[in-house]
Design a protein around this ligand. Structure first.
Ligand SMILES: Nc1ncnc2c1ncn2[C@@H]1O[C@H](COP(=O)(O)OP(=O)(O)OP(=O)(O)O)[C@@H](O)[C@H]1O
Ligand SMILES: [Mg+2]
Length: 420
């Protein structure tokens, strides 16, 4: 008998996450037709048809989706990737499948429109302004004050996060931002280009809230504590469950429901980022797709047993969710950073973690041999590997993480002609 068909729009950039999304569909008894820019080799055996299209060209991609829908009776179009949130919403609307409105999808993709959509949640927003030029940035910072943060409105993956601590930082930040928001630098900037948001710098402990919205109902699955690098805010470590106090957690969950509802997110996964400080919870952003950095694909299942990606598929087809935890373990992901630019040769000390059952996974972010550069030259290369740790209690998890710190490092060689 033929299996019902899902339409996937691109796969997550990290292949292990993309693979898990396809396996989740298969586990639930669905066939996948992939519409996307390319068909990676690992995905070929798991898709029944592939339609190649430049998904940055919305009109063209929608036409291809329409054409595919003439051939296949799709039951859902799940949203796994950041850049395709609006396209997926448009396809779902056109095919009459569960999805979200175009307005909500735009708010999900643009950090300025998102904050504008949260007028009713003013208590948790930092001060913010949209700017395009140095003089607009100067005016905005005069109102918001130092310290502040300026970043592109349409990016993800911590590309171009600049802290502003004094007047002299403004010109350098705008210069760098104008350089990196050219679409040639990264296609993510094709939609919103050189448009930036300045925000008041939020102090406190950073965390993320992972959940799903189905038929207007918001479900929180996990709260994750996060550590980012100084000064460019690359994500360095995720740990779950969060160790925020119980009352803070309850407030964070309630505020998350308020924000996701106010933005009109529906029939999607979400990944909300915020800080907990002296003034309580302050909101950074929320994405209308599952968290990356293996959080949704690997860490949540390890920690609580919830099959998060299967639930992303269930949401897309309008099936009941299965969010019952079956365990409560402490899980972390610690990134290994290249400490200088050069050729990434491999990991020193990796035998220590591979031999210890406390570490279920080690992920290479780039193959050995990759030439790496560091921010602000590039934002996607410094994190060369990640080690996942799991323990029945938090003290044990922390001990596993400090072993990683002491034992594992990136081996980077510098060519004679390259300055170290
Ligand atoms: N207003 C702010 N105050 C303090 N820190 C901030 C602020 N805005 C951003 N950051 C820091 O920069 C990081 C990245 O910012 P943001 O999430 O807006 O960008 P992003 O490109 O979507 O990143 P990612 O995809 O990694 O989440 C945040 O996780 C946080 O550590
Ligand atoms: Mg973010």
């Amino acid at each position: 008998m033929e299996r019902p068909k899902l339409l996937f729009v691109n796969l997550r950039r990290i292949e292990r996450e993309g693979l898990e999304s396809l396996l989740a569909a298969r586990r639930l008894g669905y066939d996948v037709v992939l519409l996307g820019r390319s068909l990676p080799a690992f995905a070929a055996p798991l898709v029944s048809d592939f339609c190649q299209v430049d998904t940055y060209d919305t009109a063209k991609a929608l036409a291809s989706a329409r054409e595919l829908a003439g051939r296949y009776d799709f039951v859902g179009v799940p949203s796994f990737t950041e850049i395709d949130v609006q396209l997926v919403a448009a396809i779902a609307a056109e095919l009459g499948l569960p999805g979200m409105t175009a307005e909500a999808a735009l708010r999900a993709r643009n950090k300025y429109r998102m904050k504008q959509g949260l007028q009713g949640c003013g208590d948790v927003l930092p001060g913010y302004r949209r700017v395009r030029t140095l003089s607009e940035l100067r005016d905005a910072v005069r109102e918001i004050g130092f310290p502040a943060v300026v970043k592109p409105t349409g990016a993800s993956g911590s590309k171009g996060i600049f802290e502003l601590r004094e007047e002299g930082d403004l010109e350098a930040a705008i210069g760098q931002l104008e350089k990196i928001t050219r679409p040639q630098f990264d296609a993510v900037f094709r939609q919103f280009g050189a448009e930036f948001i300045v925000e008041e710098y939020l102090e406190g402990d950073e965390f993320s809230v992972e959940g799903l919205v189905a038929g207007g109902e918001v479900h929180v699955v996990m709260v994750t504590d996060k550590v980012t690098s100084v000064p460019y805010h690359l994500e360095l470590q995720h740990t779950m469950p969060s160790t925020l106090p119980a009352d803070a957690l309850a407030e964070a969950k309630a505020t998350t429901v308020r924000i996701v509802t106010a933005l009109g997110f529906d029939n999607c996964a979400f990944h909300l980022e915020a800080k907990w400080g002296r003034r309580g919870m302050k909101f950074i952003e929320v994405a209308a797709r599952p968290a990356g950095d293996y959080i949704a694909s690997h860490l949540i299942p390890l920690s609580c047993g919830v099959d998060y990606f299967a639930n992303v598929v269930r949401v897309a087809v309008g099936a009941p969710l299965d969010l019952e935890p079956d365990r409560d373990l402490h899980v972390a992901l610690r990134f290994v950073l290249a400490e200088r630019p050069g050729r990434f040769e491999g990991l020193d000390g990796i035998e220590t973690v591979c031999a210890d059952p406390g570490y279920p996974y080690v992920f290479f972010e780039h193959p050995a041999g990759t030439e790496v550069t560091l921010p602000p030259e590039s934002f996607g290369l410094q994190r060369v590997a990640a080690v996942c740790a799991r323990h029945v209690d938090r003290v044990g998890l922390d001990a596993l993480l400090s072993t990683v710190d002491g034992a594992v490092s990136a081996r980077v060689t510098v060519a004679e002609s390259t300055p170290a």
